[in-house]
Design a protein around this ligand. Structure first.
Ligand code: AMP
Length: 187
């Protein structure tokens, strides 16, 4: 939608480099990079009620419920720094979440502009995930997160392709090359 705002979703498997690229694009575009994973990890670290609620689910590699995520995302996207748009990293992750996001955007008379889909081969994903070695990145959890991604999140690729929003970017390159390709894809 040509309303001078830019609403972008980054889509891709765990380990595809979404987080890093979201930060870089945010810098280039002067938009906030909103990572639902970072928000939830911060809630866990702060031992907030939300954190207590999601900790177990996160460490098992499962997804937090759509209802809970809807509340988290609605509150975040209503903040002032989202006035000119945003980059979403890690949301939506289910078809139900795509509907929630569409509703949020509709309620502020706008819509999604681009879905940047980062592709990376499986072996590379596993290698990268193990290198990160976070609490939720143990080998079994890495495999589980990838399985959940295939089942719940991969259908979003077709969903957004049909909507004409999907821009596929080869993520198996240097960080700089990937950032440049993403910038090119949204021009
Ligand atoms: P991430 O850093 O994006 O991989 O997120 C880490 C974990 O947070 C995920 O494995 C999920 O347990 C949870 N999470 C983050 N975003 C979402 C979401 N949109 N829907 C459900 N769970 C999420």
């Amino acid at each position: 939608m040509d309303d001078g705002k830019l609403h972008i979703v980054l889509l891709g498997p765990p380990g595809s480099g979404k987080g890093t690229q979201a930060q870089r694009l945010a810098e280039e575009l002067s938009l906030p990079a909103i990572s639902t994973g970072d928000m939830l990890r911060a809630a866990v670290a702060a031992k907030s009620a939300l954190g207590e609620q999601v900790h177990g689910v996160m460490t098992s590699g499962q997804l937090v419920s759509d209802e809970l995520m809807a509340a988290v995302v609605k509150e975040r996207l209503a903040m002032d720094d989202c006035d000119a748009g945003f980059l979403l990293d890690g949301y939506p992750r289910t078809i139900a979440q795509t509907e929630t996001l569409a509703q949020i955007l509709e309620s502020i008379d706008t819509e999604l502009d681009h879905v940047l889909y980062l592709t990376v081969p499986d072996e590379e994903l596993v290698r990268r995930a193990l290198l990160r070695q976070r609490e939720d990145d143990k080998e079994e959890v890495v495999a589980e997160r990838l399985r959940v991604y295939r089942e719940e999140t991969e259908p979003l690729v077709d969903h957004y392709r049909r909507a004409g929003l999907l821009r596929t970017v080869d993520g198996n390159r240097s960080m700089d090359e990937v950032t440049a390709a993403m910038m090119e894809a949204i021009r």
